[in-house]
Ligand binder design. Structure first.
Ligand SMILES: [Zn+2]
Ligand SMILES: [Zn+2]
Length: 397
């Protein structure tokens, strides 16, 4: 083990109680997407306290700070944490339970934020020992379109200085604490929302010949759109189309005028994403038209797919192996959920990895976005030190 790595481990250990306190403070005081006002103040105050000069108010509540080592222009590594919570009523009975009814850090963004504060402290103490610059990015609204990442990029977070690479982490309640997960290449899906209104002519169900039945049209559309996945998609290319809402508000003997359908479209290829959307729209509109009605097909564009830059991910994984041991580094499966870190990954070499937070023996097993989600806080000492080590390793490439 290198001397520097030992130093990092000692620093992470020494401050672990502080980082747990940060995490608990944030967990007790969650704020929804784009409303992270107190959280941003808290982050900026902590960064100022350790001697940095944070820039606030990027994309509303985003905070950015730089840690400059020797020869600061040589390389720039961006480290990102998201800060927003979810509209969920916490069901955990813990001392740090949410004090805001109906709002909860149920996706671990309190962990990402407190962890990056810890990493900032470690890296700032070691800045004489590395070359280059660390760019700390605390972003709003990972959970809500258009995503804090896209807005921060639009406001220039990837310029002055431009990161050579971006690194982010996410808690993983399915991975035991102590383990870290990586995947090269495509990892998480693009997410687009689909809103269809199928219009016909309603009336008495006993006289369908006088009507244009939107229920039947909408049913045909659902079946036909699924066939785009099976017939037009390259089978090697993962994609999901799911409809969770189908409202035909008639009764047994009344056919309604219209049917609304809502769904989600997810894939891992930006070209196919657009192509699939075009095909779906055309097919839905044409089916409705052929059956005598019409279909309004609206698309709410979400996040792109998340790709982990292969060489960068390999380097980061090797560094992580050196820090936590080969037995604690695992491969991740594809995951069809969305994540706005994907915006960075589309324009800068990026690596997004998973931090194990599960502890079955202690009953910490609930998934993210559930009212009983929690983490094993031992993960914090690992994550603060690990991210510091990964960042320095990446600067020293
Ligand atoms: Zn989430
Ligand atoms: Zn999340």
């Amino acid at each position: 083990m290198s001397q520097l790595q030992e130093k990092i481990k000692a620093l992470a250990k020494a401050q672990s109680a502080d980082i747990i306190a940060h995490r608990r403070h944030l967990h007790s005081n969650p704020e929804l997407s784009f409303e992270e006002f107190k959280t941003a103040k808290y982050v900026a105050a902590e960064l100022t306290a350790i001697g940095l000069s944070p820039q606030e108010g990027i994309a509303g509540t985003g905070v950015v700070a730089l840690i400059e080592g020797r020869n600061p222009e040589s390389r720039v590594v961006g480290l990102r944490a998201d800060m927003d919570a979810l509209p969920i009523l916490e069901a955990n009975d813990v001392p740090y339970k949410s004090t805001v009814p109906g709002v909860m850090h149920a996706c671990g963004h309190d962990v990402h934020t407190s962890s990056l504060l810890g990493t900032a402290r470690i890296l700032n103490q070691l800045k004489e020992e590395f070359e280059g610059t660390i760019k700390l990015v605390f972003q709003p609204a990972e959970e809500k379109a258009p995503g804090g990442a896209s807005l921060m990029i639009r406001e220039g977070v990837l310029e002055n200085p431009r990161p050579t690479s971006m690194v982010g982490q996410h808690v993983a309640p399915n991975i035991p604490v102590g383990k870290i997960g990586f995947r090269e290449g495509m990892y998480m899906a693009s997410t687009d929302e689909l809103y269809l209104t199928v219009k016909g002519k309603g009336g008495h169900a006993a006289a369908p010949h006088q009507l244009v039945d939107p229920v039947l049209m909408a049913s045909h559309i659902i079946v036909a759109l699924q066939q785009i996945i099976s017939r037009n998609r390259n089978p090697a290319n993962p994609a999901v189309l799911s409809f969770g809402r189908f409202i035909a508000d008639g009764v047994t003997n009344v056919i309604p005028n219209e049917v609304t359908i809502q769904g989600t479209w997810r894939c891992m290829d930006e070209e196919w994403r657009e192509d699939g959307l075009k095909r779906m729209k055309k097919m839905a509109e044409n089916i409705a038209e052929a059956m005598g009605g019409s279909c309004e097909f609206e698309i709410l564009k979400g996040y792109p797919f998340l790709k982990n830059h292969p060489e960068l991910t390999r380097r980061v994984r090797t560094a992580a192996t050196g820090y936590v041991g080969a037995e604690n580094v695992i491969d991740l499966d594809l995951w069809m959920a969305g994540e706005d870190f994907a915006f960075y990954s589309q324009v800068v070499d990026s690596c997004f990895y998973r931090l194990g937070t599960r502890n079955e023996a202690r009953g910490i097993i609930s998934g993210v976005h559930t009212p009983t989600f929690d983490i094993d806080e031992d993960a914090l000492e690992i994550s603060t030190g690990l991210m510091s080590w990964l960042a320095i390793s990446e600067l020293n490439v």
